[in-house]
Ligand binder design. Structure first.
Ligand code: NAI
Ligand code: MG
Length: 365
């Protein structure tokens, strides 16, 4: 059988720096676990603009649609601030998400024990936390029509429209239920069905999909504002949280911060399954290109390495190998290795990006 294919788009700023460490992990799997990937690399964001005058070349887009998974570093930076909106680095990423039709955004919030002190919450509330937010990514109020700023009488009115079709709710619900089957089979769906019609439809369709095709899933519903309170009060009550684009944007950032640094947070964005194969998929750290620390060897590579671990689990059906990576990271943190973002004011000497990579490879061995 052919090796699974992976397209690496390292991008700008710290993107290439953290991706270098991921490449070492990928090479380790080839050497030590007999798990090889057909890896290709290309440009995205400002790097692609510098080379081609566009943040994503058509050939790169075509390749992204062919491979089993795309792994992206980060895009953007001050150098590109004055570019026309149509060629801004971020547009490269948006085009990938749109043309790959990545409607299901997976945002884990996982607390590594060694970092539990780092949380803004009490240690026992977050220690051992491992939840996953599934956010609908391609519809809802960020895309609904009508939208705009209009004249109304003698003042202006700003309008955005929350809009969801049954099909859009159905497919993201399935994605959450499939994911839940790999975990504890528990899903909590969040909307505001008390005040929004789109929320009433959301709740109805999610329940219908569960009853028809996922009777093994334990489904509950919660108003999103209560969900926000519960997330900071007792986050461990949840396993998978399913929600729309707007609420998911906020709730996933909130949940992620329970666990510490931006430098630790991976994500996956999944589309529809391609034939019998895995879904279209793009994996990327949540953080951006971090221009303030780019080129200084300070970036934490863990978010990007954990994004690759998600690819192992969700695209390549290598859940055990994904756990191997996560366990190695857990060990390295327990042993005390910290990049600068994981240190308090008074905390010792940080390790560099490469040293963190060294430690993770050693722990994998
Ligand atoms: P950012 O995530 O790049 O940085 C925010 C803060 O977190 C900075 O102080 C940075 O040094 C720190 N940080 C981020 N990742 C880190 C890591 N791996 N290790 C250690 N520290 C880390 O967000 P910011 O500053 O708002 O945006 C910078 C640029 O990145 C902008 O051009 C923005 O548009 C772009 N961006 C790109 C994203 C993407 O590629 N998906 C997402 C967010 C922003
Ligand atoms: Mg956000």
């Amino acid at each position: 059988m052919a090796n699974p294919s992976l397209l690496i788009l390292a991008g700008d700023g710290i993107g290439p720096e953290v991706m270098d460490q991921v490449k070492r992990v990928i090479a380790w799997f080839g050497d030590k676990r007999d798990l090889s990937f057909d890896v290709s690399e290309d440009l995205v964001g400002g790097a692609a603009y510098d080379a081609h005058g566009t943040p994503l070349h058509d050939d790169t887009m075509a390749r992204a649609l062919e491979v089993d998974a795309v792994l992206l570093g980060a895009v953007g930076g001050p150098k590109y601030d004055d570019l026309d909106f149509s060629v801004k680095p971020e547009r490269g990423l948006l085009r990938l998400r749109k043309e790959m039709d990545l409607f299901s955004n997976l945002r884990p919030a996982q607390c590594f024990d060694a970092l539990a002190d780092f949380s803004s919450l009490k240690k026992d509330i977050v220690a051992g936390l491992d939840i996953m937010i599934v956010r609908e990514l391609t519809s809802g109020v960020y895309f609904g029509e009508p939208r705009g700023i209009f004249e109304e009488g003698n003042e202006r009115v700003g309008i955005n429209t929350q809009r969801y079709t049954e099909g859009e709710i159905d497919r993201v619900a399935r994605s959450a239920f499939e994911l839940a089957r790999r975990r504890s089979s528990k899903v909590c769906s969040m909307e505001k069905a008390n005040v929004m019609e789109s929320g009433i439809l959301w709740r109805e369709v999610v329940q219908k999909v569960r009853d028809a095709d996922y009777p093994d899933i334990e489904l509950s519903h919660m108003y999103a504002d209560n969900g926000a309170m519960q997330l900071v009060r007792a986050p461990k009550q949840f396993d998978v949280i399913l929600t729309d684009n707007l609420f998911g944007d906020i709730l996933s950032d909130c949940a992620a911060m329970l666990t510490g640094s931006l430098g630790m947070l991976p994500s996956a964005s999944l589309g529809a399954p391609t034939g019998d194969g895995p879904p279209r998929a793009l994996y990327e750290p949540v953080h951006g290109s971090a221009p303030d620390i780019a080129g200084q060897g300070k970036a934490n590579p863990i978010a990007c390495i954990l994004s690759f671990a998600m690819a192992l689990r969700y695209s390549f059906d290598q859940g055990e190998e994904a756990t191997r990576v996560e366990t190695a990271i857990e060990k390295v943190l327990a042993d005390g290795a910290r990049t600068a973002d994981l240190m308090g004011e008074d905390g010792g000497t940080p390790v560099t990006t490469t040293q963190m990579g060294d430690a993770i490879l050693a722990a994998l061995d």
